[in-house]
Design a protein around this ligand. Structure first.
Ligand code: LRH
Ligand code: MN
Ligand code: MN
Length: 386
């Protein structure tokens, strides 16, 4: 197969960008400001639309509620469509309310659990108004000290709360459940790992699926193994892609470890999970801290495209033959050949053929968009963390 034929696997492949990537963010030490930062969700969507216009790869924007609360969600939907994009997943927020200090969906007090469930029912209404089909739930609940609460009772309460949320979904809605091994609690998170997320999803039903955020594992974890296992189980609902050196760093995708991103994409391509029919939603979850936000998203989107392109170029027949022959080094070499292929020219040609700029980053710089929004927008908002 020619490289051009192999890259047809990119046709129909899309990436979803997070609204919160366009607001100011930082660390718990400092939130930095950037000129031109969006003042409301409408402006976040306008910025996200730039990423799609220049790359042709990012036609959806995730919202985070209540960070992206607006009076009229239908208007936001129309605004997105007018800008050439759609509203993607709706992310709930259980981590910025005093009531949730000791838990939300797992809290010992049924009143607090009811409140946390009710927030998801509001999010389902936002889904109906915006045309979104993914409710994404990251559970920040956990404990800091052994003995602080019953680990088991918390799981039982969680299962019951999730059931109530799942029951409120429309037939075309999915519940996407995200795990994280630490933070904001440090002794035991209530959904610390993919196994726990998977068990809850399996108990709920087929439309409950796991979200794999690449920054949510212990250092050294073999993430592509988890990808493979969730695909095997038919429960990989989505990615939250980002890069990390230490913890949940939320850096530009593929910056810390492009090889890991490639290995993940190899598992994806092995079962055609890059095709839209797989249902796997390739979302980014980054918080731009010191870098330009639109440019940062463009870089991430292009890095994902590049990793997928390399995985598509992998000679699967040669790999299978080497594996069957027990040729350890030969098999590894086939994989590394694909990783070391420079696909940048091929991808530029492909963009040109589709009426897109050969170099989206250069086109963004030349467009003057950053200077224009800096002049137009005064008093931008924070991403929501503060
Ligand atoms: C938690 C998380 C989750 C949230 C987002 C802002 O660390 O990855 O996906 O919704 O960050
Ligand atoms: Mn995430
Ligand atoms: Mn995270």
């Amino acid at each position: 197969m020619s490289p051009q034929d192999a890259l047809r696997g990119l046709d129909g492949f899309t990436i979803e960008v997070p609204s919160w990537a366009y607001g100011n963010s930082g660390t718990r030490f400092k939130v930095f400001t950037t000129p031109g930062v969006p003042r409301d969700p409408f402006e976040k969507i306008a910025d996200a639309a730039q990423v799609h216009a220049l790359t042709g790869l990012a036609p959806r924007v995730s919202l985070h509620i209540p960070w992206d609360r607006v009076e009229d969600y239908q208007r936001l939907r129309v605004h997105a469509e007018e800008h050439g994009v759609r509203i993607g997943g709706i992310n709930s927020n259980l981590f910025q309310d005093e009531d949730y200090k000791l838990g939300s969906l797992t809290h010992a007090d049924p009143r607090v659990r009811d409140k946390a469930v009710a927030h998801h029912l509001d999010c389902v209404d936002v889904m109906r108004a915006t045309g979104s089909t993914d409710l994404k739930l990251w559970l920040p609940d956990g404990t800091n000290y052994a003995g602080q609460d019953s680990l088991r009772a918390r799981q039982d309460r969680l299962a019951e709360s999730l059931e109530r949320i799942y029951a409120a979904l429309d037939p075309d809605h999915r519940l996407l459940l995200e795990y994280k091994f630490f933070e904001p609690y440090f002794y035991a998170m209530d959904i610390p790992d993919w196994g726990t997320a998977l068990l809850h999803c399996q108990a709920l039903g087929q439309r409950a699926q796991v979200v794999l955020d690449t920054g949510h594992h212990a250092p050294g974890t073999n993430i592509e193994f988890i990808v493979m296992q969730l695909l095997r189980a038919g429960r990989l609902g989505a990615f939250d892609l980002n890069s990390r050196f230490y913890a949940d760093d939320d850096l530009i995708v593929g910056s810390a470890d492009p090889f890991q991103l490639f290995r993940v994409m190899v598992e994806i391509v092995a079962t055609d999970a890059h095709l839209p029919s797989s249902g796997v939603n390739f979302m980014l979850d980054q918080c731009h801290n010191i870098e330009d936000k639109v440019a940062g998203q463009i870089r991430s989107v292009l890095n994902v495209e590049q990793a997928l392109a390399k995985a598509l170029l992998l000679d699967a027949g040669a790999l299978a033959a080497a594996q069957a022959a027990g040729d350890v080094i030969g098999a590894h070499d086939v994989l590394m050949d694909a990783f070391h292929t420079d696909v940048r020219g091929l991808l530029a040609d492909r963009r040109e053929a589709r009426g897109l700029p050969r170099d989206p980053m250069a086109a963004y710089r030349a467009s003057g968009y950053a200077a224009r929004i800096a002049a137009e927008r005064v008093g931008g908002t924070q991403a929501g963390w503060a």
